[in-house]
Design a binder for this molecule. Structure first.
Ligand code: SF4
Length: 211
């Protein structure tokens, strides 16, 4: 018999066959920069600044030598741009000095980089290297709690381990994209579009037990 997690994922595959990473990138370095820039801002606004950014700084070596003010100007239209410019420069320096200018594959190496936490490292492993990983962002956490896959009081890290236990490894990467699409376009944080939702019968949010 199919597990609840697999039934949900099958339904989400029907709803969002096009689900994928929405941050534009041509290589793992660009992906890493885009993910760093995406903290607390939308992928759409990141995609507006990255073409010019990557034209000016196509790799870690050029970005580490960037003038900080120039770097800030490139990304000025997105939130927290000063911090993010600094993080990009520091990350590029580390990549150049410790990893020969390449983005490392291992989780520990990734999280040793400035501005790279658990979520970013998981995204880079999954999207950049196709290594099974399950990044938990705000959409993944909210949706998995509303769907009753994860306890409403669970921490973000606890959410990741519960999902990894309940979802077969071969589906981790797709699960991340599907939950994000569902959370972004249907099961929104404010005023989710619940009419006709296939998960209404067991939705924890509708029972008033989670946000
Ligand atoms: S019923 Fe509404 S809150 Fe519940 S899973 Fe569906 S869209 Fe989300």
């Amino acid at each position: 018999m199919k597990t609840k997690a697999n039934r949900i994922l099958d339904e989400l595959e029907n709803m969002f066959p096009e689900a994928k990473c929405e941050l534009d990138h041509r290589n793992v370095f660009e992906l890493l920069c885009a993910v760093i820039l995406s903290a607390q801002t939308t992928d759409v606004s990141v995609n507006k600044v990255t073409p010019a950014l990557f034209d000016m700084y196509p790799d870690a070596r050029t970005m580490k030598d960037a003038d900080l003010k120039d770097l800030e100007n490139c990304i000025r239209s997105i939130g927290l741009y000063r911090n993010k410019a600094l993080n990009l420069k520091k990350t590029a320096k580390d990549l150049d000095e410790r990893f020969d200018g390449q983005v490392p594959e291992s989780f520990d190496d990734l999280t040793s980089l400035p501005g790279v936490g658990r979520k970013t490292a998981n995204v880079i492993q999954a999207e950049g290297f196709k290594i099974p990983a399950l990044a938990v962002d705000t959409h993944v956490e909210r949706v998995s709690k509303r769907l009753g896959l994860v306890d409403p009081d669970e921490s973000t890290e606890g959410t990741e381990s519960t999902l990894k236990r309940k979802i077969p490894k071969y589906r981790w990467i797709r699960a991340h994209h599907l939950f994000i699409f569902f959370g972004r376009y249907r099961c929104k944080a404010q005023r989710p579009l619940c009419g006709g939702c296939p998960f209404e019968s067991f939705c924890v949010y509708l029972k008033g037990k989670t946000k």
